[in-house]
Design a protein around this ligand. Sequence first.
Ligand code: MN
Length: 207
Amino acid sequence: MSYTLPELPYAYDALEPHFDKETMTIHHSRHHQAYVDNLNKAVAGTIGETKSIEEILREISKYTPAVRNNGGGHYNHDLFWKTLSPAAKLAPENELADEINKVFGSLDNLKVEIKNAGLGQFGSGWAWLLVKHNGTLAVSATANQDNPLMDTNLVSQGYPILGVDVWEHAYYLKYQNKRADYLDAFWSVLDWAAVEKNYTEALSKIK
Ligand code: MN
């Protein structure tokens, strides 16, 4: 199969003023496009051509660094865009809200943990909220375009349901070196309705 750049479900300027139009345009149309193009090249003529991206990532130790970097890049950005919205639901409800309160004490505590994970990731990477394979929620960070699906990830494996990109390309034009300010702004455009949906899907894969 061949991968294509997914269209954003909103305009490039829709997340202003939190995420600016120029960053969104370059991030989606150039960075994500490059991951898609390079993933297609990296899997061409390999077993990866017959697998879904999730199947590939779960067994990423069997693939080349190019598949790992660009497959992760494609998957991570696809997840990221789908959890952002100009009309974001600003807090989770129901089962996900209950589980967050149980594991982290409160939504505010979870936000602090994700912010600290993002700030603590030296260089490029992502901070995650994931459902571990035992069904519990966890926060983690990964380098480069790695993610919790990958079998190379020995610390916190599972299904990512929320990811925040802490590569400088995600924030530098607007926030320069102030990654903390970008991580604070993220909560204004994160749509918890999308995270709830991801949570339900993740649980269905475990059960
Ligand atoms: Mn990115």
